[in-house]
Design a protein around this ligand. Sequence first.
Ligand code: BDR
Ligand code: CA
Length: 312
Amino acid sequence: MTRKIIIDTDPGQDDAVAILLALASPDDIDVLGITAVAGNVPLPLTSKNARIVCELAGRTDVPVYAGCDAPLSRKLVTAEHVHGKTGLDGPVLPDPTMPLAPGHAVDFIIDTLRNQDPGSVTLCPLGPLTNIARALQQAPDIAGRVQEIVLMGGAYFEVGNITPAAEFNIYVDPEAAEIVFKSGIKLTVMPLDVTHRALVTPHRNDAFRALGHGVGHAVAEMTDFFERFDKEKYGSEGAPLHDPCVIAYLLRPDIFHGRFINVEIETGSDLTLGMTVADWWRVSGRTPNATFMNDVDADAFFDLLTERLARL
Ligand code: BDR
Ligand code: CA
């Protein structure tokens, strides 16, 4: 059965690979729409990049909506130091010819959830959670209609990547994250604890390049670009491919491992703002609200990704 999803995203090279993985899997995943949010780069670029990626995949039929251009109550923090000035630095890709879909991303999320059968749509946020939180604020009734939220964000044992305590997506809009984590919606979280195990080694990147088509090349060049930052920072063999973990989970949940635990978002402290306080050892007595992943079979993940990208 195909699973209906909305991808909420701030592309970002790893967001781009996640979108490509979903679009390469039409028998399993029906992408109802892509909603862009400000994050890695400002909204005009993320909403443009999402369309560049759809065109790269030959899928101009997928509607791309522009959403919130700033976090709920904070100034936007961006990550050009990782993703480059455009957010998609690396390959040279043409500007998109497809227009943005008319209307606001938040309205699209609300309308879709109201119009589709209850429990039939999964939300896949790959950036700051602003659009999703706004939708829940504007239309609380949609919470009961979401099948599941599978998101990339947070960290516990790996601690932070944008501050010593916080992962980027949660840090950029912690108030939005708090709304999502307290929404009561079934939540599956791909934190740095798992994404830091999905490293694009040279061998794995060669496999993308060896696909011998435009998509394979573009993906190899994207990861070539953004891995320079992580390799230097972590001394690792390659960069973590964060966001594709969300889509891979929809296709192969069996290759991920985690625990159903309580996760709270720090919104008050300057020092630890945006930290995902994950009760891994179940010591708080607080009610579990999220399946928080901590491991993935990386070989199976890259085999899946390469096999699916080959289909584009
Ligand atoms: C997350 O932040 C962004 O830079 C990536 O696209 C990913 O969603 C990793 O912390
Ligand atoms: Ca992202």
